[in-house]
Write a protein that binds this ligand. Sequence first.
Ligand code: UDP
Ligand code: MG
Length: 320
Amino acid sequence: MDISVIIPLKNEEESLPELAAWIERVMNEHHYSYEIWMVDDGSTDDSWSVIQNLSKSNKNIKGIRFQRNYGKSAALNEGFRVAQGNVVITMDADLQDSPDEIPGLYKMIVVDGYDLVSGWKKKRYDPIMKTIPSKFFNWTTTKLSGIKLHDFNCGLKSYKKKVVKSIEVYGEMHRYIPVIAKWAGFRKIGEKVVEHRSRKYGVTKFGLERFINGFLDLASIMFVGKFGKRPMHFFGALGSLFFLVGFIIALYLAVMKIAYLQYKMTDRPLFFLALLIMIIGSQLFLTGFIAELVTRNAADRNSYLVEEVIDHKKPEEVRL
Ligand code: UDP
Ligand code: MG
């Protein structure tokens, strides 16, 4: 199968028939074999019965219905698990992303060899409340992750099958899929300017809390990606640094007291600061040990993504 399209959706009943028909048209024009996974993320409107009807008239349309609303990341993750196509394309259900972009995104994966291609809504049809913070968000993410993308959170993306089978998204981490993919070792990450349209039906499902959650998620992803398998290197280094600074201050106060001035240690405010810093330092250090114990118990502590193996056995014996 050439393409799996994954569409996370919540309360998008009006858009679905139009979207399905449009995708179908594009796929037929280009003679792609395809499937469409509509993942109903706990809709309270009639989205699910619309999906049921669509799937009756087109066998390429498949559906998953969550028992309740888990969030866009969970819906994508579920789609990633079931997708069969060699190229996986995600898009929003609200018709803001155009299915006409599918062939271009597909070609960048199969012809140009990208692992992941993210859409870039260069001309964006969203309220200014969204576009300005989003610029700041993209800038920060580029600076921290080293990935040069203009639009991390674009719903329209294409992936090599291997990428979606190797990554996991949860919480609200769909905004950082390129960062997660990079940490998993997929380096060829590209960008394609895509057409964006204003929302035709329904309302946006994300409010301003997206920015707070967004930055917290970025902090977790950066931390887990870098130190997930060696937390002591983070907590140990930071803890030792804190402790050392506190100790030097305390030592300085002690030397000054004995050598020159006869003050009480507790008369010096700096003394309390030194104590505080030393306590924080030791706590960070000990947190490092606990984190090591936790990661030691993680089921995937020794799972690495292998790209290729050279082994002098018959090809079918080589296990990747
Ligand atoms: N969505 C979802 N679960 C949620 C929230 C949103 O599956 O909890 C879907 C939504 O139906 C849409 C896509 O995620 O298909 C993007 O959401 P939305 O259009 O509201 O975001 P915006 O375009 O405003 O950033
Ligand atoms: Mg939208």
